[in-house]
Design a protein around this ligand. Structure first.
Ligand code: GLA
Length: 391
């Protein structure tokens, strides 16, 4: 972190003249272990923050200008806008994320009082499904709180980040990503009930195994994926089910309750979508119980079942993610493997025994390249803390 801090300060000075009074911050990325596409269905999720994430250097300005620079998009140079034009635009590119958060603070009665120079450098692969955008959102909120003393909790930072993404950037995401990032805790995953935001931390004790992320390098953005379509399908299915049963969300049903009421859903496709949401929620609850009971093998089986459901019922995987997961299942020492995040590209998450990690990377990597025609990248990750200032 020290090295990264020096590096981003140096770059800040290069881009903005000097780094006097500039402060350095960090917000993590996240990986979801299980509980996929449940967070907008009133279900449970089980994500954790990572030690990789987004570094930011920020300094207040005396005027209203916003000068933003990302080391991940150096070809775009400094992108300029101002506090007087907090509206989304195509030419604002990635700066729509920090701008959206500034806009959202204003909407919540916390008007940003002056402009800012901001430099970002992320070591989360962009568009990988490890929430680089939510990381930028939470980071921006954290910076605003620190620079202007806004009275908001970390949970508020998550909610404001989600609000900005929904309203400003028009992606109808749930709360999982921003929550996992804002509330992250080293060596713990967060068992979150998205129906009421109650949560508990669960230690990730994998005894002789690690979390390995495989990035498909198939780019996706939530905006151009079928994410919003899946959401609508679930919302319609819920309305249909509510004619049969008294529920507020799909998360209120267990498997038996769903099977009893499922015929109320008028299309096969919507029935599959709702089934996934209901079953995945129950799997998540069971997976956390298994982990607490030190039954990592059962946790892995539930991860595998999650992938099958996302592949067959929710249909958000695609050949790239399926290849990574199905090849992973063949490797001895793999405890569980599934796609993670929205799907349609992005990453898989696997729990792999220490002694099998090299073989895993080699075998899955080779089979992937052969079938898909380009390489996958692998990361052995650690579970880290939420956002912080690097003083
Ligand atoms: C994306 C969204 C989350 C969640 C996942 C799927 O990451 O941002 O809110 O819906 O997809 O579980």
């Amino acid at each position: 972190m020290e090295e990264m801090k020096e590096m981003v300060l140096k770059k800040f000075a290069e881009v903005f003249g000097d780094s006097d009074k500039a402060k350095v911050y960090f917000a993590p990325g996240r990986v979801n272990l299980i509980g996929e596409h449940t967070d907008y269905n009133g279900g449970h999720v089980f994500p954790c923050a990572l030690t990789i994430g987004t570094y930011g250097v920020a300094r207040k300005r005396k005027d209203n200008r916003l000068l933003f620079y990302s080391m991940n998009f150096e070809q775009l140079g400094v992108i300029e806008s101002s506090l007087d034009e907090l509206v989304p635009s195509e030419k604002a590119d990635w700066t729509n994320y920090p701008k959206g958060v500034m806009w959202a603070f204003g909407e919540k009665g916390m008007k940003v009082p002056c402009g800012m120079d901001l430099l970002l450098n992320g070591n989360i692969p962009n568009g990988s499904g490890l929430s680089s955008s939510a990381s930028v959102e939470v980071l921006t909120g954290f910076i605003l709180r620190d620079l202007f003393g806004f009275d908001v909790s970390n949970q508020d930072l998550a909610l404001i980040g989600q609000y900005s993404e929904n309203q400003f950037n028009k992606v109808n995401c749930g709360i999982m990503d921003q929550f996992a990032i804002a509330m992250g805790k080293k060596d713990n995953a967060i068992f979150l009930d998205t129906a009421d935001l109650s949560y508990e931390y669960a230690p990730i004790v994998l005894k002789g195994a690690k979390i390995v992320i495989a990035c498909s390098n198939k780019k996706r953005g939530l905006g151009d994926s079928k994410y919003n379509e899946r959401r609508e399908e679930c919302e319609t299915a819920l309305v249909e089910l509510q004619k049969e049963v008294d529920i507020k969300t799909l998360g209120d049903l267990d498997e038996a309750g769903f099977e009893k009421a499922a015929s109320a859903i008028q299309s096969d496709v919507r029935r599959k979508r709702a089934k996934h949401a209901v079953y995945e929620n129950r799997r998540t609850i069971r997976a956390v119980e298994a982990l607490k009971a030190n039954d990592v093998a059962e946790f892995g089986r539930l991860m595998n079942a999650s992938h099958v459901s996302l592949r067959d019922d929710y249909e958000v995987t695609g050949i790239e993610l399926d290849t990574l997961v199905e090849e992973a299942w063949k490797v001895e020492g793999v405890i569980g493997s599934r796609m993670t995040g929205a799907g349609f590209g992005g990453c898989t998450v696997s729990i792999v025994r220490d002694e099998a990690i090299d073989a895993f990377i080699e075998k899955v990597g080779a089979a992937y390249e052969k079938k898909i025609g380009y390489v996958a990248d692998f990361y052995v990750v650690e579970v880290g803390d939420g956002p912080k200032g690097l003083v």
